[in-house]
Design a protein around this ligand. Structure first.
Ligand SMILES: [Cu+2]
Length: 145
């Protein structure tokens, strides 16, 4: 009965396509190596570093970072201008498809400003416009003086 055999093949094909799409259990964006430094005495500001890995086949853009423990969070980039170390704000952090972007000392970083109370544990929410892309928890790293 050839028509029956054809429809079974069709059903198997559809199933294989579906499982290839949602069989991947990895979240679209993964954060690793999160370090949030305790603020320098006298400065109500902390620097945060982490690596963001995009596991998807599309670019992910981060346009906003927020934290309930800080009044303001910005993405900054350190650069040397006429021999002077400066920072500038990065409007959008682009993470190319299947790539990792590292925020590390001397480069891009999170600037956590206006701490609310004395936070020990910190939540960070990464948004593309109003869409939450990633939410992570981290604890403060005490600087060793
Ligand atoms: Cu900064």
């Amino acid at each position: 009965m050839p028509p029956v055999r054809l429809s079974i093949l069709g059903a198997i094909f559809v199933f294989a396509v579906l499982s290839a799409c949602d069989g991947d259990a990895e979240p679209p964006l993964i954060a690793t190596a999160i370090i949030i430094n305790e603020s320098v005495p006298g400065k109500a500001m902390s620097a945060g570093y982490l690596s963001l890995r995009n596991t998807t086949h599309d670019e992910i853009s981060i346009s906003r970072v927020s934290s309930p423990e800080f009044g303001a969070v910005e993405i900054h980039e350190s650069l040397l201008q006429d021999g002077v170390a400066k920072m500038r704000r990065v409007e959008k952090l682009l993470i190319p498809a299947n790539s990792t972007v590292s925020l590390e000392p001397g480069g891009k970083h999170l600037m956590l400003m206006l701490p609310i109370g004395a936070p020990e544990n910190i939540s960070l929410n990464f948004y593309n416009d109003e869409t939450l892309q990633l939410s992570v928890q981290a604890s403060l790293t005490r600087s060793k003086h």
